[in-house]
Design a protein around this ligand. Structure first.
Ligand code: C2E
Ligand code: MG
Ligand code: MG
Length: 681
């Protein structure tokens, strides 16, 4: 140790030692910064980093050594053999290539030892190759023990440096790694410089064609310049690439990938900003609007999802381009957008903004393969009247939007606590309902339909159940109307139809299966296509399927409904009129529509044997059925006496709790199997 300090303080020029240290520090920092990037990248970029990192580290080791050699004054004439001097540079760069390649290609937690020891070994090999280029008028006599110590010190400190670089604890660990690298180079070098003694010999002369200090100085300057230029350029390119990647990532996380509009995350960020701005300025006002596209589902159904996407993109583009300063639009769901407007002074300004956005939406979208016109329903809440908490305003504008949606003639509804608060629960229900299918919360139960004479089962009516994770089983009477209002019934209805057909197709006994079809489903342009696909997919013979439609289906667009019904019948599928008697059906409608069955509503069947009015209605329905040659099924039969009455009036089929509550899938499967028909009857 004493020898090392003496060598450093007495035999070296301090200024040049300082320059060597400076080059060593800068070069080590640059090579560490590049080396740690090798770990996280791949492909061509990793290869470039590997080469640049090795070039810089190798050149740093070499320059440090030779500047220190320039600083060393042996007190004799001396020079450097050019080939070995050049070779020592190649050794340094080559060794670093191997060491850095370990980081890139060797897996396993011990690679830092291999890479770090490789680094120390490279420093030592370079040092002793460089020393063999050092010519003096005498012979260098080496002390193998000190040589070994210098090599081991280099390797140990090198490993420590690489451990810091590869396993950083904080973002500043690279500084520790660089410091250890500097220490490894310097310790190895100065220990190595004490490992020899010169045996002076007047017979040995320094040959004239060797490199003098001045030329070596020039070479070192050139190599140092390479380290600085290449190193700083490489690091600044890397930092730029990383910044761009980070920005790209940030942009992707905050924007909707289809339309490029800000997404819900970005909306939250904007709302936080907007809340902060309002806290600072108490007279600053803002509006939050929820915009929902009407008729968008129809475009998807009619033209397919690609067309739907193209329309959404076009609308998003228009919405974005019509926003002025202080206005912001985000896409928050399939066909739902949220707009913010900062700096409003009156509700009129909000209305104008809504109108402006609406014009972008209602202007027909003419694309190559689709032409579509949409409408919007807008709900708004403002800080003028509805509080200053952004999240609250968003919820309130949401509630108001649902009211706007229910009034086809209204574009914009402002939040109204009296009208909208009751809808909160409903909204929760809607939101839960939206996800119920994808979360597998729906289940089908099967209610027997029996022949009235033999009482043998002839088929099953399929009834949906919703197993809500918190509220338990929710009756269809509660959620089907909500599903109808929100249009969700189309998806749910399709799921019921598909599931029921797939199930019925597996039954050994050819029981019929009756599926309830909501009015909206029937007039959906793609309904017939879906029905035919499901029949093909399930291989259920069409005559085993019966669709139950209610009177609500036939009063809206009679011509269209008749047309659809004829097409359904042409496929071989039967149609039943459900809940007969509860609406406005007349003889004329029954005649006009091609029904295969009339189902008398349960409200007329219950206590029919004691209630004269109900008995009269049931009797006249049975007469109607008889006249039109349409069989009648009585729903809601619970008692033997109701059954006897219906039998005496020549009703054909019955359904009701008299035969048991609707059955689960497992219970049905016991009935529809080959051996259990008798058990069911
Ligand atoms: P619906 O089509 O008239 O179905 C008959 C309803 O009466 C069922 O109620 C059934 O459980 C009930 N019921 C049957 N026999 C008796 C009885 O003897 N006594 C009494 N008190 N009730 C009886 P549920 O399952 O609650 O369904 C109610 C309504 O919900 C259905 O009336 C139908 O309009 C609708 N619904 C059910 N499933 C679906 C579906 O998959 N799609 C559509 N669009 N609507 C459905
Ligand atoms: Mg029904
Ligand atoms: Mg019914």
């Amino acid at each position: 140790m004493y020898r090392v300090i003496e060598c450093l303080t007495h035999e070296h020029n301090h200024w040049l030692v300082a320059v060597a240290a400076l080059v060593c520090v800068i070069g080590s920092c640059l090579s560490v910064l590049i080396s740690r990037r090798i770990l996280g990248s791949g492909g061509r970029r990793q290869q470039v980093q590997l080469v640049l990192g090795s070039l810089i580290a190798g050149a740093t080791i070499w320059s440090t050594h030779f500047i220190a050699m320039l600083a060393y004054d042996p007190g004799f004439e001396h020079g450097y053999e050019p080939v070995l001097t050049g070779l020592s540079l190649a050794v340094a760069v080559g060794g670093m290539l191997l060491s850095n390649a370990t980081i890139a290609f060797v897996t396993g937690s011990f690679r830092w030892i291999i890479a770090g020891a490789g680094f120390g070994l490279t420093v030592s090999t370079m040092h002793y190759t460089g020393m063999s280029a050092y010519l003096l008028p005498g012979t260098l006599v080496w002390n193998p023990g000190t040589v070994l110590v210098s090599v081991l010190l280099g390797m140990t400190l090198g490993a420590a440096a690489y451990h810091r670089v590869l396993f950083p604890v904080t973002r500043y660990c690279w500084l520790g790694g660089s410091a250890l690298m500097v220490l490894a180079i310097c310790t190895m070098h100065f220990t190595g410089m004490t490992a020899f003694a010169l045996e002076f010999s007047p017979l040995i002369e320094v040959p004239p064609q060797v490199l003098p200090d001045a030329v070596l100085g020039l070479m070192i300057s050139a190599v140092t310049a390479v380290i600085l230029v290449v190193g700083f350029a490489a690091i600044s390119i890397e930092v730029n690439i990383e910044r761009e990647a980070l920005e790209q990532l940030e942009h992707t996380a905050h924007h909707d990938h289809l339309t490029g509009l800000p997404n819900r995350l970005e909306l939250s960020r904007q709302m936080e900003r907007f809340e902060r701005a309002m806290k600072q300025k108490h007279d600053l006002h803002a509006a939050v609007m929820t915009i929902d596209l009407d008729l968008f589902k129809e475009i998807n159904d009619l033209h397919g999802h690609a067309a739907g996407d193209a329309v959404l993109k076009e609308i998003a583009l228009r919405l974005r381009s019509c926003c002025a300063e202080g206005e912001f639009v985000a896409r928050t769901g399939g066909d739902e957008f949220v707009a913010l407007k900062l700096g409003i002074r009156s509700a009129q300004e909000v209305e104008d903004f809504a109108q402006r956005l609406n014009r972008q939406i209602t202007t027909p979208v003419e694309l190559e393969f689709v032409s579509a016109a949409l409408r919007a329903s807008v709900g708004a809440a403002t800080t003028l009247e509805h509080g200053r908490v952004a999240e609250d305003l968003l919820q309130k504008s949401d509630l108001a939007m649902y009211r706007a949606k229910m009034h086809a003639d209204k574009l914009l509804c402002f939040y109204d606590p009296e009208l909208d608060e009751q809808s909160r629960d409903r909204l929760q229900l809607i939101s839960d309902l939206r996800q119920a299918a994808s979360r597998g919360q729906f289940e089908l139960v099967y209610q027997l339909q029996n022949d009235l004479i033999s009482l043998a089962p002839v088929g099953f009516e399929v009834l949906i159940r919703w197993n809500h994770p918190e509220k338990g089983r929710i009756s269809p009477a509660e959620f089907i109307p909500v599903a109808e209002e929100t249009g969700l019934i189309r998806e749910i209805g399709l799921w019921v139809l598909r599931t029921a057909c797939m199930e019925a197709a597996t039954w050994t006994k050819p029981f019929s299966v009756a599926v309830n079809v909501a009015p909206q489903q029937l007039v959906q342009p793609t309904f017939l296509e879906h029905l035919s696909d499901i029949l093909i997919e399930s291989r259920l013979p069409p005559e085993r399927l019966e669709l139950e439609v209610t009177e609500a289906s036939i009063i809206e667009d009679q011509e269209l409904t008749i047309d659809v019904m004829h097409k359904i019948k042409a496929m071989g599928v039967r149609i039943a009129m459900d809940d007969f008697g509860t609406g406005y059906s007349s003889l004329a409608t029954l005649q006009a529509f091609p029904f295969d069955k009339i189902k008398i509503d349960q409200s007329f069947v219950q206590d029919v044997h004691t209630d004269h009015q109900r008995a009269a209605i049931v009797r006249s329905t049975l007469l109607l059925g008889d006249a039109l040659k349409i069989p009648v099924l009585a729903e809601g039969v619970e008692q033997e006496s109701e059954l006897s009455f219906l039998r005496s009036e020549n009703c054909t089929f019955v359904q009701g709790y008299y035969f048991g509550k609707p059955l689960s899938l497992q219970e049905v499967q016991k009935i529809v199997g080959p051996d259990d028909l008798e058990a069911a009857s």
